[in-house]
Design a protein around this ligand. Structure first.
Ligand code: DHB
Ligand code: FE
Length: 288
């Protein structure tokens, strides 16, 4: 059977992708940030998954105010990096896993979560920046991502957004779906976005260091309680775009310990301020 062996959490700041794409990652401003992912890149090589279930949000790239799915699962064979205004990032095409994605859609929808099924979609920085951070970035021409990816897009851009509790429960349903797939696959689930940031209005540039660090701590040790935090607390404490952090709860809800199993091992924790106008957080949890 397929199984979820680990979860990865990371911010997906677009400037990180630009720094990599423009060869600025050795510059003093970016060095401390990329240093925090050195462990992660090695860990990915040593713990290569067969499939990554990648929870992210689309930033009005594939979707727009014309159509706002709360939860959208990618069931396509492949996805192109999106043009977000400066041309597509020079990174490889993302290969999907239609069989597992369709199975998860079937199981999760029958568990009463209404997913939108997406058969054609370009993927923006929300998905490609975490892949670059975790997998490194040789030239697109001679590089493929290490494994297929199932994109799972969450609406955290246009209100109303889903609650943390719903995201956590959805993670549990995704775990059940993966574990009922009749093929021996090693699956990682990634939650991306956050941490504290606000990109617009009078509070633009807001970073709440203490709150971010507490959020990571509770994500590791008290996720069920963290899931009860109302959305307004995210916005007040972590800025208007801090609400992206509810996506981390989807990944956390899919871990063993909150589904009757053992506590995960914390393999890596990293926090860095700032990247662009944003606080960056990162965590790797491994099921035992
Ligand atoms: C920015 C955009 C994001 O989507 C994000 O998660 C963090 C930062 C930005 O434009 O700086
Ligand atoms: Fe974002």
């Amino acid at each position: 059977m397929a199984r979820i062996t680990a979860s990865v959490y990371t911010s997906h700041v677009p400037a990180i992708g630009a720094a990599l794409d423009l060869g600025k990652d050795q510059e003093p401003y970016w060095q401390p940030l990329f240093k925090g992912y050195e462990y992660s890149k090695q860990w990915m090589k040593d713990n290569k998954p067969d499939v990554i279930f990648l929870v992210y949000n689309d930033h009005a790239t594939a979707f727009s105010l014309d159509m706002i799915p709360t939860f959208a699962i990618g069931t396509a064979a492949s996805y192109q990096p999106a043009d977000e205004g400066w041309g597509p990032r020079p990174v490889p095409t993302v290969i999907g896993h239609p069989a597992l994605a369709s199975h998860i859609a079937q199981s999760v929808i029958q568990d009463d979560f209404d997913l939108t099924i997406v058969n054609k979609m370009d993927v923006d920085h929300g998905l490609t920046v975490p892949l670059s951070l975790m997998c490194g970035q040789p030239p697109a021409s001679d590089f493929n991502w290490p494994c297929p990816v199932i994109p799972f897009a969450v609406n955290v851009v246009q209100y109303p957004v889903p609650s943390g509790q719903r995201c956590f429960n959805l993670g549990k349903a995704i775990r059940k779906a993966v574990e009922s797939f009749d093929e021996d696959l090693n699956v990682h689930i990634w939650g991306t976005g956050g941490m504290s940031h606000q990109l617009q209005g009078p509070r633009a540039g807001l970073i709440n260091l203490d709150w971010d660090q507490q959020f990571i701590e509770r994500m590791v040790n008290d996720p069920a309680d963290l899931a009860q935090m109302p959305h307004i607390d995210y916005v007040r404490e972590a800025g208007s775009e801090g609400i992206e952090l509810v996506m981390w709860l989807i990944a956390r809800g899919a871990m063993a310990d909150v589904n009757g199993g053992a506590k995960p091992i914390e393999k890596h924790r990293f926090h860095h301020v700032p990247a662009s106008n944003t606080s960056v957080g990162h965590l790797i949890l491994k099921n035992t």
